[in-house]
Design a protein around this ligand. Structure first.
Ligand code: ZN
Length: 110
C-alpha cells in the first residue's frame, strides 16, 4: 500500500517521499522540524519587539506597527512594554502552532 501525502502549499496529492511538490514546486518538509517555524520562533524570542518574526512571515503591516511602537515610544519605556507583551502573545501562538503567515497558513513545528 502506497502512502500519500498532500502539498503543504497547494494541497495537490504527491508521493510520500517527494521533497518538492510536482504541481507548484513548493518544498515539503520531510519529517524534521519545520525550519520556518524554528526561524519564526527564534526571531520572536530575540528581536520580537521589533516585529522581526512578523516581517519574516510576511505580515508587514503589523510588523511595521510593532517596529514603530518600539522605536517611537521606546524611549518612554511604554513602547517596549506594549510590544514585549505583543511578542509574548505571538510567541505562545508560535509554540502552540497557531501562528499564521500572510496567507493564513499555520506555522507548525512540523
Ligand atoms: Zn504544491
Amino acid at each position: 500500500m502506497e502512502e500519500k501525502k498532500f502539498c503543504q502549499k497547494c494541497g495537490a496529492e504527491i508521493a510520500k517521499e517527494a521533497e518538492v511538490c510536482t504541481q507548484c514546486g513548493c518544498a515539503q518538509n520531510a519529517g524534521g522540524v519545520n525550519q520556518k517555524w524554528v526561524t519564526t520562533l527564534l526571531l520572536c524570542i530575540f528581536i520580537g519587539t521589533f516585529g522581526a518574526h512578523r516581517f519574516y512571515v510576511g505580515k508587514t503591516n503589523t510588523a511595521v506597527a510593532m517596529l514603530l511602537i518600539t522605536l517611537l515610544l521606546g524611549w518612554l519605556g511604554i513602547g517596549v512594554l506594549i510590544t514585549a507583551i505583543w511578542a509574548l502573545v505571538d510567541l505562545i501562538q508560535i509554540i502552540c502552532g497557531n501562528f499564521t503567515d500572510i496567507n493564513g497558513q499555520k506555522i507548525a513545528m512540523k
